[in-house]
Design a protein around this ligand. Structure first.
Ligand code: S3P
Length: 437
C-alpha cells in the first residue's frame, strides 16, 4: 500500500538513547552463509525487513526450515538444503539477495530462476555473471539483467581481479568458491569493500585467507565443511547514519545510539562526520560474532564544514552518500564527492535521484559523472526551504533522506511512497517519534 508521510519543518531535537535496526548486509549473510553449514543455528537480532525476508523466503523454497522465536530471533535448519525449487525465486528489491544467491546456487546441482522487482530488474548482473561463468557456472540472463536462470554445472576455482570494489561481487564469488572442491578461488579488488562475508565465513570455520597484493585487496577461499554456530547480528550503521545526520543538524539534539556495527569497512560515515567537525564520540567497543560493535554519542553540531570525499573511503560509505549529501547542505563551504559512479547502479540512480530531490528543497547541489558538488549553507543561513514533495524511485535511502531533509526545512514537506523504508528500517517513524517526545 502506498504511504505518504508529512513533515512540519523546524523539527524538535533528538534526545535520549536508542538502538537501530539490525544490519541488513549481515542479516542476509547470516541466513545465506548459515545455510552453507547445512546445520541448525540460532540467529539473534535478525533484520525482519522486506529485503532480508526475500532472502529468507528463497532459502525456505530451497528446503531450509526457518522459525521465528520472536520478532528478531530465528532458528535456521539447513539440513535439507538445497532442493530444486518448484517456482521462481523472487528477490524483490534486493541486489544482495540476487547477487549472493546466484553465487551460492551456481555451485548447486539444481536448476532455478531468480527474479526481481522493476528496480532490481534494471540493475547490472554482468558483474557477477562473467566471473561466475569463468568458474564454469551456467547462467542465462536478459542481456546481463534479471531474470537469471541457473543450470546444473561443475565449478572450478579462479583468480579474479574485480574492476570495482563491490562486496556483492566479491561475496558471490567467495560463496561459489566455498563450495568448489578441487581448486581455490581468489578475488582481488581495488579498494576494500565491506568484508562481512569473509568475517562470517571465518566465524563458521572456513578456510579463507585475507591478504594485500600490490595495491589490491584479496581473499582466497577453498572448500572446508562449515561448522554450525549461533550468531548475533550487529546494529546497522547505514540506518544509524540517518539518525546521526539528523542529530548533527537539528538544534539541541543529543543522542546515544547503542549496539552499532563498527566494522572498519563500514565506518566511513563516522570519519566524514569527524572531518566535517561534527560533535561525535565512540563511547565503547566490543566484538560479537566476528564483528566490531559499539555505542556512539552525537550532538547538534553548528560548525560543520565542507570536505572532499573520494578514493578508498567511497566503498566504506557508499550507502550513506544520499544522507551525506544532505549533511553537506548544512556545512560551511563546498563538499565534493568523487569516484562514486556506482551510485548509478543502486536501487535508483542515486546521482540523479539525490540531486533532483535535494534541489526541490532549495539545496545547491550539482550532480557530476561520479558524484556531487554541494554548496553548503545554500549560500545563506543553511536552512532548507522545504515546501515540496519528495519522490523516492523504489529507493528506501532516498525516502529516508527526504524525511530528514523535511525535518531541517522551514516549511512542511510530503514524502511519497514512504513504504519503501520497510526495505531496511521497519520502525523508522516510531524511532524518530520516540526520540522527539
Ligand atoms: C552490499 C554491498 C554494497 C551496498 C549494498 C549492500 C552487501 O553494494 O551498496 O547496499 O550487502 O554486500 P555493492 O556490492 O554493489 O557495492
Amino acid at each position: 500500500m502506498r504511504k505518504v508521510v508529512a513533515t512540519k519543518g523546524f523539527s524538535a531535537p533528538l534526545k535520549g538513547e536508542t538502538i537501530v535496526p539490525p544490519d541488513k548486509s549481515v542479516s542476509h549473510r547470516s541466513l545465506i552463509i548459515g545455510s552453507l553449514t547445512r546445520g541448525k543455528i540460532k540467529i539473534s537480532n535478525f533484520l525482519k525487513s522486506a529485503d532480508c525476508l526475500a532472502t529468507l523466503d528463497i532459502l525456505k523454497a530451497l528446503g531450509c526450515e526457518i522459525e521465528f522465536l520472536n520478532e528478531n530471533t530465528l532458528f535456521l535448519n539447513a539440513q535439507n538444503a538445497y532442493k530444486e525449487p518448484v517456482s521462481d525465486l523472487y528477490c524483490g528489491n534486493s541486489g544482495t539477495t540476487m547477487r549472493l544467491m546466484t553465487g551460492l546456487l551456481s555451485a548447486q546441482n539444481i536448476k532455478c530462476r531468480l527474479t526481481g522487482d522493476v528496480s532490481l530488474s534494471k540493475r547490472p548482473m554482468k558483474r557477477i555473471i562473467e566471473p561466475l561463468s569463468a568458474m564454469g557456472a551456467r547462467i542465462k540472463s536478459n542481456e546481463g539483467k534479471a531474470p537469471l536462470t541457473i543450470e546444473q554445472a561443475k565449478l572450478n576455482g579462479i583468480e579474479y581481479i574485480s574492476p570495482i570494489a563491490s562486496a556483492q561481487v566479491k561475496s558471490a564469488l567467495l560463496l561459489a568458491g566455498a563450495q568448489t572442491r578441487e581448486s581455490a578461488t581468489t578475488v582481488l579488488e581495488p579498494h576494500l569493500s565491506r568484508d562481512h562475508s569473509e568475517r562470517m565465513l571465518k566465524f563458521f570455520g572456513s578456510n579463507i585467507k585475507i591478504f594485500r597484493k600490490d595495491n589490491l585487496f584479496g581473499s582466497t577461499i577453498s572448500y572446508t565443511p562449515l561448522i554450525p554456530k549461533d550468531l548475533t547480528v550487529t546494529g546497522d550503521i547505514s540506518s544509524a547514519a540517518f539518525l546521526l545526520v539528523a542529530a548533527a543538524t537539528i538544534k539541541n539534539s543529543d543522542l546515544i545510539l547503542k549496539g552499532i556495527g563498527l566494522n572498519p569497512t563500514r565506518t566511513g560515515i563516522i570519519d566524514v562526520l569527524k572531518a566535517m567537525n561534527a560533535d561525535i564520540e565512540i563511547l565503547s567497543r566490543n566484538e560479537i560474532s566476528g564483528e566490531e560493535i559499539g555505542d556512539i554519542r552525537i550532538k547538534y553540531s553548528p560548525d560543520l564544514k565542507g570536505i572532499k570525499i573520494e578514493g578508498e573511503i567511497i566503498p566504506r560509505l557508499i550507502d550513506e552518500i544520499p544522507i551525506i549529501a544532505l549533511l553537506a547542505t548544512q556545512a560551511e563551504g563546498k563538499t565534493v564527492i568523487k569516484n562514486a559512479s556506482d551510485l548509478k547502479n543502486k536501487e535508483s540512480d542515486r546521482i540523479a535521484s539525490v540531486a533532483r530531490e535535494l534541489k526541490k528543497f532549495g539545496a545547491k547541489i550539482e550532480p557530476t559523472d561520479d558524484g556531487f558538488i554541494i554548496d553548503g549553507k545554500n549560500g545563506g543561513n543553511g536552512l532548507l526551504e522545504g515546501n515540496c514533495e519528495v519522490d523516492c524511485y523504489h529507493d528506501h535511502r532516498i525516502a529516508m533522506m527526504g524525511y530528514i531533509a523535511g525535518l531541517i526545512s522551514k516549511k512542511p514537506c510530503r514524502i511519497n511512497d514512504f513504504e519503501w523504508v520497510e526495505t531496511s528500517f521497519p520502525n523508522f517513524l516510531k524511532t524518530f517519534e520516540n526520540l522527539q517526545s
